[in-house]
Design a protein around this ligand. Structure first.
Ligand code: CP3
Length: 344
Protein backbone atom coordinates (compact mmCIF):
# COMPACT_ATOMS: atom_id res chain seq x y z
CA UNK A 1 0.00 0.00 0.00
CA UNK A 2 3.09 2.24 -0.05
CA UNK A 3 2.47 5.41 -2.02
CA UNK A 4 -1.25 5.41 -1.29
CA UNK A 5 -2.72 8.26 0.76
CA UNK A 6 -2.40 7.74 4.52
CA UNK A 7 -6.14 8.05 5.21
CA UNK A 8 -6.97 5.44 2.52
CA UNK A 9 -4.32 3.13 3.96
CA UNK A 10 -5.88 3.36 7.43
CA UNK A 11 -9.33 2.73 5.95
CA UNK A 12 -7.95 -0.35 4.19
CA UNK A 13 -6.85 -1.67 7.59
CA UNK A 14 -3.17 -0.75 7.60
CA UNK A 15 -1.56 -0.06 10.97
CA UNK A 16 0.67 3.03 10.73
CA UNK A 17 3.34 4.26 13.16
CA UNK A 18 1.93 7.77 12.90
CA UNK A 19 -1.84 7.83 12.48
CA UNK A 20 -3.22 10.15 9.80
CA UNK A 21 -5.13 13.13 11.19
CA UNK A 22 -7.96 15.48 10.32
CA UNK A 23 -10.48 17.31 12.47
CA UNK A 24 -14.27 17.59 12.50
CA UNK A 25 -15.34 21.20 11.63
CA UNK A 26 -11.74 21.91 10.63
CA UNK A 27 -13.06 24.67 8.37
CA UNK A 28 -14.88 26.81 10.90
CA UNK A 29 -15.27 29.91 12.97
CA UNK A 30 -12.15 29.34 15.14
CA UNK A 31 -10.11 30.32 12.03
CA UNK A 32 -9.86 34.05 11.17
CA UNK A 33 -9.53 33.21 7.46
CA UNK A 34 -12.84 31.27 7.63
CA UNK A 35 -14.60 34.23 9.27
CA UNK A 36 -13.29 36.52 6.53
CA UNK A 37 -14.54 34.26 3.70
CA UNK A 38 -17.88 33.77 5.42
CA UNK A 39 -18.28 37.55 5.67
CA UNK A 40 -17.52 37.78 1.95
CA UNK A 41 -20.22 35.15 1.24
CA UNK A 42 -22.74 37.04 3.40
CA UNK A 43 -24.11 34.16 5.45
CA UNK A 44 -23.50 30.49 6.16
CA UNK A 45 -25.89 29.01 3.56
CA UNK A 46 -24.63 31.36 0.83
CA UNK A 47 -21.15 30.07 1.65
CA UNK A 48 -22.31 26.44 1.32
CA UNK A 49 -23.81 27.12 -2.14
CA UNK A 50 -20.94 29.26 -3.44
CA UNK A 51 -18.61 26.62 -4.94
CA UNK A 52 -15.59 28.93 -5.19
CA UNK A 53 -15.82 30.16 -1.61
CA UNK A 54 -16.76 26.70 -0.25
CA UNK A 55 -13.66 25.37 -2.01
CA UNK A 56 -11.58 28.15 -0.45
CA UNK A 57 -12.74 27.44 3.14
CA UNK A 58 -12.23 23.69 2.68
CA UNK A 59 -8.62 24.38 1.64
CA UNK A 60 -7.85 26.84 4.46
CA UNK A 61 -7.13 24.25 7.20
CA UNK A 62 -5.15 22.16 4.70
CA UNK A 63 -2.89 25.13 3.92
CA UNK A 64 -2.53 26.12 7.57
CA UNK A 65 -1.99 22.67 9.10
CA UNK A 66 -1.42 20.11 6.34
CA UNK A 67 -4.15 17.74 7.57
CA UNK A 68 -4.23 14.32 5.85
CA UNK A 69 -7.85 14.80 4.79
CA UNK A 70 -10.06 17.65 3.65
CA UNK A 71 -13.80 17.45 4.34
CA UNK A 72 -16.13 19.03 1.84
CA UNK A 73 -17.57 22.28 3.18
CA UNK A 74 -21.36 21.92 3.27
CA UNK A 75 -23.97 21.01 5.90
CA UNK A 76 -26.13 17.99 6.71
CA UNK A 77 -29.24 20.20 6.48
CA UNK A 78 -28.81 20.87 2.76
CA UNK A 79 -30.59 17.54 2.09
CA UNK A 80 -33.85 18.60 3.80
CA UNK A 81 -33.62 21.88 1.91
CA UNK A 82 -33.13 20.00 -1.38
CA UNK A 83 -36.21 17.92 -0.50
CA UNK A 84 -38.21 21.14 -0.21
CA UNK A 85 -37.96 22.14 3.46
CA UNK A 86 -37.42 25.81 4.28
CA UNK A 87 -34.05 26.28 5.99
CA UNK A 88 -32.39 29.28 7.59
CA UNK A 89 -29.78 29.90 10.28
CA UNK A 90 -30.32 32.26 13.19
CA UNK A 91 -26.98 33.80 14.17
CA UNK A 92 -25.87 32.63 17.60
CA UNK A 93 -28.70 30.09 17.81
CA UNK A 94 -28.45 27.59 14.95
CA UNK A 95 -30.67 26.13 12.25
CA UNK A 96 -34.41 26.58 11.75
CA UNK A 97 -36.54 24.53 9.34
CA UNK A 98 -40.18 24.16 8.39
CA UNK A 99 -41.50 21.13 10.32
CA UNK A 100 -42.86 17.76 9.22
CA UNK A 101 -45.30 16.12 11.59
CA UNK A 102 -47.78 14.18 9.44
CA UNK A 103 -48.18 12.14 6.26
CA UNK A 104 -49.11 15.24 4.24
CA UNK A 105 -45.74 16.72 5.19
CA UNK A 106 -43.89 13.63 3.96
CA UNK A 107 -46.01 13.51 0.78
CA UNK A 108 -45.21 17.17 0.14
CA UNK A 109 -41.46 16.52 -0.15
CA UNK A 110 -39.93 16.73 -3.61
CA UNK A 111 -39.12 13.53 -5.53
CA UNK A 112 -35.61 12.25 -4.80
CA UNK A 113 -34.45 12.80 -8.39
CA UNK A 114 -35.02 16.55 -7.95
CA UNK A 115 -32.54 17.04 -5.07
CA UNK A 116 -29.64 17.50 -7.50
CA UNK A 117 -31.05 20.83 -8.70
CA UNK A 118 -30.43 22.36 -5.28
CA UNK A 119 -27.27 20.37 -4.55
CA UNK A 120 -25.45 20.95 -7.86
CA UNK A 121 -23.15 23.64 -6.38
CA UNK A 122 -22.00 21.14 -3.72
CA UNK A 123 -20.98 18.68 -6.45
CA UNK A 124 -19.10 21.53 -8.15
CA UNK A 125 -17.23 22.18 -4.88
CA UNK A 126 -16.21 18.50 -4.81
CA UNK A 127 -14.97 18.71 -8.41
CA UNK A 128 -12.99 21.88 -7.61
CA UNK A 129 -11.44 20.23 -4.58
CA UNK A 130 -10.40 17.06 -6.33
CA UNK A 131 -8.34 19.25 -8.66
CA UNK A 132 -7.03 21.69 -6.04
CA UNK A 133 -5.98 19.42 -3.17
CA UNK A 134 -2.36 18.32 -2.68
CA UNK A 135 -1.69 14.79 -3.99
CA UNK A 136 -1.38 13.34 -0.47
CA UNK A 137 -4.66 14.77 0.88
CA UNK A 138 -7.81 12.62 0.86
CA UNK A 139 -11.14 14.26 0.01
CA UNK A 140 -14.02 13.25 2.30
CA UNK A 141 -17.65 13.83 1.32
CA UNK A 142 -20.44 13.53 3.87
CA UNK A 143 -24.12 13.54 4.73
CA UNK A 144 -26.20 13.36 7.89
CA UNK A 145 -27.65 9.99 8.88
CA UNK A 146 -31.43 9.66 8.43
CA UNK A 147 -32.28 9.73 12.16
CA UNK A 148 -30.19 12.85 12.84
CA UNK A 149 -31.55 14.68 9.78
CA UNK A 150 -35.10 13.63 10.74
CA UNK A 151 -34.69 15.11 14.24
CA UNK A 152 -34.19 18.54 12.63
CA UNK A 153 -36.96 18.08 10.04
CA UNK A 154 -39.49 17.07 12.69
CA UNK A 155 -38.60 19.66 15.35
CA UNK A 156 -37.65 22.47 12.96
CA UNK A 157 -34.49 23.10 14.99
CA UNK A 158 -31.82 21.46 17.11
CA UNK A 159 -33.20 19.93 20.30
CA UNK A 160 -31.32 18.83 23.45
CA UNK A 161 -33.10 15.47 23.74
CA UNK A 162 -34.67 15.03 20.26
CA UNK A 163 -38.05 15.03 22.03
CA UNK A 164 -40.26 15.87 19.02
CA UNK A 165 -38.68 13.12 16.89
CA UNK A 166 -39.11 10.55 19.68
CA UNK A 167 -42.72 11.69 20.09
CA UNK A 168 -43.48 11.19 16.39
CA UNK A 169 -41.77 7.79 16.46
CA UNK A 170 -44.05 6.73 19.31
CA UNK A 171 -47.19 8.58 18.22
CA UNK A 172 -47.17 7.86 14.50
CA UNK A 173 -44.55 5.29 13.61
CA UNK A 174 -45.71 4.96 10.00
CA UNK A 175 -45.13 8.66 9.27
CA UNK A 176 -41.81 8.57 11.14
CA UNK A 177 -40.63 5.56 9.14
CA UNK A 178 -41.85 7.04 5.84
CA UNK A 179 -39.81 10.17 6.55
CA UNK A 180 -36.71 8.14 7.42
CA UNK A 181 -37.13 6.17 4.19
CA UNK A 182 -37.31 9.37 2.11
CA UNK A 183 -34.15 10.75 3.79
CA UNK A 184 -32.34 7.43 3.34
CA UNK A 185 -33.10 7.40 -0.39
CA UNK A 186 -32.02 11.03 -0.84
CA UNK A 187 -28.83 10.42 1.14
CA UNK A 188 -27.82 7.53 -1.12
CA UNK A 189 -28.31 9.73 -4.22
CA UNK A 190 -26.51 12.67 -2.63
CA UNK A 191 -23.46 10.67 -1.51
CA UNK A 192 -23.35 8.80 -4.79
CA UNK A 193 -23.21 12.12 -6.67
CA UNK A 194 -20.41 13.34 -4.37
CA UNK A 195 -18.45 10.17 -5.17
CA UNK A 196 -19.04 10.67 -8.91
CA UNK A 197 -17.71 14.23 -8.49
CA UNK A 198 -14.49 13.02 -6.80
CA UNK A 199 -15.09 12.28 -3.10
CA UNK A 200 -12.69 9.46 -2.17
CA UNK A 201 -14.34 8.58 1.15
CA UNK A 202 -17.75 9.42 2.56
CA UNK A 203 -18.75 9.92 6.17
CA UNK A 204 -22.25 9.55 7.61
CA UNK A 205 -22.86 11.76 10.69
CA UNK A 206 -25.40 10.35 13.14
CA UNK A 207 -24.86 13.06 15.75
CA UNK A 208 -27.95 12.13 17.77
CA UNK A 209 -27.65 8.31 17.58
CA UNK A 210 -27.01 8.29 21.34
CA UNK A 211 -30.65 9.07 22.14
CA UNK A 212 -31.85 5.89 20.38
CA UNK A 213 -32.00 2.98 22.81
CA UNK A 214 -32.10 -0.79 22.35
CA UNK A 215 -34.18 -1.91 19.40
CA UNK A 216 -34.73 1.70 18.29
CA UNK A 217 -30.97 2.03 17.80
CA UNK A 218 -30.89 -1.10 15.65
CA UNK A 219 -33.85 0.00 13.52
CA UNK A 220 -33.14 3.70 13.13
CA UNK A 221 -29.33 4.03 13.41
CA UNK A 222 -27.86 0.67 12.37
CA UNK A 223 -30.32 -0.38 9.64
CA UNK A 224 -30.31 2.92 7.65
CA UNK A 225 -26.49 3.04 7.85
CA UNK A 226 -26.36 -0.53 6.53
CA UNK A 227 -28.78 0.34 3.71
CA UNK A 228 -26.83 3.45 2.67
CA UNK A 229 -23.45 1.71 2.81
CA UNK A 230 -24.67 -1.33 0.85
CA UNK A 231 -26.16 0.86 -1.90
CA UNK A 232 -23.00 2.98 -2.18
CA UNK A 233 -20.70 -0.04 -2.30
CA UNK A 234 -22.85 -1.64 -5.00
CA UNK A 235 -22.65 1.48 -7.15
CA UNK A 236 -19.06 2.41 -6.27
CA UNK A 237 -17.17 -0.81 -5.45
CA UNK A 238 -14.42 -0.21 -2.92
CA UNK A 239 -15.61 3.22 -1.75
CA UNK A 240 -14.61 3.52 1.93
CA UNK A 241 -17.26 4.70 4.39
CA UNK A 242 -16.83 6.19 7.86
CA UNK A 243 -19.86 5.89 10.16
CA UNK A 244 -20.27 8.15 13.20
CA UNK A 245 -23.01 6.95 15.55
CA UNK A 246 -22.19 9.60 18.15
CA UNK A 247 -22.64 8.58 21.79
CA UNK A 248 -23.59 5.04 20.80
CA UNK A 249 -21.79 3.73 23.92
CA UNK A 250 -22.02 -0.08 24.05
CA UNK A 251 -23.67 0.00 20.63
CA UNK A 252 -20.30 0.91 19.11
CA UNK A 253 -19.42 -2.77 19.62
CA UNK A 254 -20.18 -4.66 16.42
CA UNK A 255 -21.13 -1.50 14.47
CA UNK A 256 -18.55 -2.22 11.71
CA UNK A 257 -20.01 -5.67 11.05
CA UNK A 258 -23.65 -4.61 11.44
CA UNK A 259 -23.35 -1.77 8.90
CA UNK A 260 -20.44 -2.65 6.60
CA UNK A 261 -18.62 0.57 7.59
CA UNK A 262 -14.86 0.57 6.97
CA UNK A 263 -14.30 2.88 9.92
CA UNK A 264 -16.31 3.74 13.02
CA UNK A 265 -15.79 7.23 14.41
CA UNK A 266 -15.79 7.50 18.20
CA UNK A 267 -16.92 10.39 20.36
CA UNK A 268 -14.92 11.16 23.49
CA UNK A 269 -17.38 9.63 25.95
CA UNK A 270 -15.80 6.22 25.37
CA UNK A 271 -12.34 5.40 26.71
CA UNK A 272 -9.69 4.75 24.06
CA UNK A 273 -8.47 1.62 25.89
CA UNK A 274 -12.00 0.17 25.96
CA UNK A 275 -12.61 1.08 22.29
CA UNK A 276 -9.25 -0.36 21.18
CA UNK A 277 -10.29 -3.70 22.66
CA UNK A 278 -14.00 -3.72 21.83
CA UNK A 279 -14.36 -1.77 18.58
CA UNK A 280 -10.99 -1.52 16.83
CA UNK A 281 -10.75 -5.34 16.76
CA UNK A 282 -13.31 -5.16 13.92
CA UNK A 283 -11.61 -2.46 11.82
CA UNK A 284 -10.39 1.11 11.61
CA UNK A 285 -11.52 3.58 14.24
CA UNK A 286 -11.43 7.37 14.19
CA UNK A 287 -11.15 9.70 17.15
CA UNK A 288 -11.42 10.63 19.91
CA UNK A 289 -9.83 13.62 21.65
CA UNK A 290 -12.27 15.88 23.53
CA UNK A 291 -12.78 19.04 21.50
CA UNK A 292 -12.51 21.08 24.73
CA UNK A 293 -8.71 20.54 24.66
CA UNK A 294 -8.64 22.86 21.63
CA UNK A 295 -9.86 25.59 23.99
CA UNK A 296 -7.91 24.73 27.14
CA UNK A 297 -4.58 23.55 25.63
CA UNK A 298 -1.64 23.09 28.02
CA UNK A 299 0.00 19.86 29.15
CA UNK A 300 -3.32 18.01 29.32
CA UNK A 301 -3.77 18.43 25.57
CA UNK A 302 -0.41 16.81 24.84
CA UNK A 303 -0.79 14.06 27.45
CA UNK A 304 -4.28 13.11 26.29
CA UNK A 305 -3.34 13.20 22.59
CA UNK A 306 -0.40 10.85 23.24
CA UNK A 307 -2.59 8.53 25.33
CA UNK A 308 -5.07 8.19 22.45
CA UNK A 309 -2.33 7.50 19.88
CA UNK A 310 -0.87 4.88 22.25
CA UNK A 311 -4.19 3.18 22.98
CA UNK A 312 -4.95 2.74 19.26
CA UNK A 313 -1.39 2.01 18.03
CA UNK A 314 -1.93 -1.72 17.42
CA UNK A 315 -4.73 -1.31 14.89
CA UNK A 316 -5.86 0.97 12.07
CA UNK A 317 -6.57 4.45 13.42
CA UNK A 318 -7.36 7.92 12.10
CA UNK A 319 -6.74 10.60 14.71
CA UNK A 320 -9.59 13.10 15.17
CA UNK A 321 -11.58 14.91 17.82
CA UNK A 322 -14.63 13.28 19.42
CA UNK A 323 -16.85 16.04 18.01
CA UNK A 324 -16.46 19.27 16.05
CA UNK A 325 -13.99 21.95 17.10
CA UNK A 326 -15.80 24.91 18.69
CA UNK A 327 -15.58 28.60 17.69
CA UNK A 328 -13.76 29.54 20.93
CA UNK A 329 -10.84 27.16 20.17
CA UNK A 330 -7.28 28.54 19.88
CA UNK A 331 -5.78 27.77 16.44
CA UNK A 332 -2.37 27.26 18.13
CA UNK A 333 -3.78 24.35 20.15
CA UNK A 334 -4.65 22.59 16.88
CA UNK A 335 -0.98 22.81 15.88
CA UNK A 336 0.06 21.47 19.31
CA UNK A 337 -2.26 18.47 18.83
CA UNK A 338 -0.84 17.77 15.36
CA UNK A 339 2.73 18.05 16.68
CA UNK A 340 1.90 15.63 19.51
CA UNK A 341 0.46 13.11 17.02
CA UNK A 342 3.22 13.40 14.42
CA UNK A 343 6.17 14.12 16.71
CA UNK A 344 5.33 11.47 19.31
O1 CP3 B 1 -15.40 21.28 8.49
C1 CP3 B 1 -16.28 20.41 8.46
O2 CP3 B 1 -16.44 19.55 9.35
C2 CP3 B 1 -17.18 20.33 7.21
C3 CP3 B 1 -18.38 21.05 7.21
C4 CP3 B 1 -19.51 20.68 8.17
C5 CP3 B 1 -20.35 21.66 8.74
N1 CP3 B 1 -21.38 21.03 9.37
C6 CP3 B 1 -20.17 23.12 8.60
C7 CP3 B 1 -20.87 24.00 9.55
C8 CP3 B 1 -20.00 19.43 8.56
C9 CP3 B 1 -19.44 18.05 8.31
C10 CP3 B 1 -21.21 19.68 9.31
C11 CP3 B 1 -22.05 18.61 9.86
C12 CP3 B 1 -23.22 18.96 10.67
N2 CP3 B 1 -24.05 20.03 10.54
C13 CP3 B 1 -23.72 18.16 11.71
C14 CP3 B 1 -23.15 16.81 12.11
C15 CP3 B 1 -21.92 16.93 12.91
C16 CP3 B 1 -22.11 17.52 14.28
O3 CP3 B 1 -21.58 18.62 14.50
O4 CP3 B 1 -22.76 16.86 15.11
C17 CP3 B 1 -24.85 18.80 12.24
C18 CP3 B 1 -25.69 18.31 13.40
C19 CP3 B 1 -25.07 19.97 11.48
C20 CP3 B 1 -26.19 20.95 11.61
C21 CP3 B 1 -25.70 22.28 12.01
N3 CP3 B 1 -24.94 23.10 11.20
C22 CP3 B 1 -25.90 22.93 13.23
C23 CP3 B 1 -26.66 22.36 14.42
C24 CP3 B 1 -25.26 24.17 13.13
C25 CP3 B 1 -25.28 25.27 14.15
C26 CP3 B 1 -24.38 25.00 15.29
C27 CP3 B 1 -23.11 25.76 15.10
O5 CP3 B 1 -22.04 25.17 15.23
O6 CP3 B 1 -23.23 26.98 14.84
C28 CP3 B 1 -24.62 24.23 11.86
C29 CP3 B 1 -23.80 25.34 11.34
C30 CP3 B 1 -22.46 25.01 10.76
N4 CP3 B 1 -22.18 23.95 9.97
C31 CP3 B 1 -21.28 25.80 10.89
C32 CP3 B 1 -20.28 25.18 10.14
C33 CP3 B 1 -18.87 25.66 9.90
C34 CP3 B 1 -21.19 27.11 11.63
C35 CP3 B 1 -21.93 28.11 10.80
C36 CP3 B 1 -21.33 29.46 10.74
O7 CP3 B 1 -20.27 29.66 10.09
O8 CP3 B 1 -21.96 30.35 11.30
Amino acid sequence: MAGQKTILRALAGEVQDVPPIWMMRQAGRYLPEYRATRAEAGDFLSLCYNSDLATEVTLQPIRRYGFDAAILFADILLVPQALGADLWFVTGEGPRLSTITDQAGVDGLKPTAEIHETLAPVYQTVRNLSRALPAETTLIGFAGAPWTVATYMIAGRGTPDQGPAHALKTGNRAVFEALLERITEATIEYLSAQIDAGAEVVKVFDSWAGSLRGEDFDRYATAPARQIIAALKTRHPGIPVIAFPREAGDKYVGFHAATGADCVALDNSVSPDWAAEQVQKDGCVQGNLAASHMVTGGEALVTETRAIVKAFRKGPHIFNLGHGITPDADPDNVQRMIDAVRGG
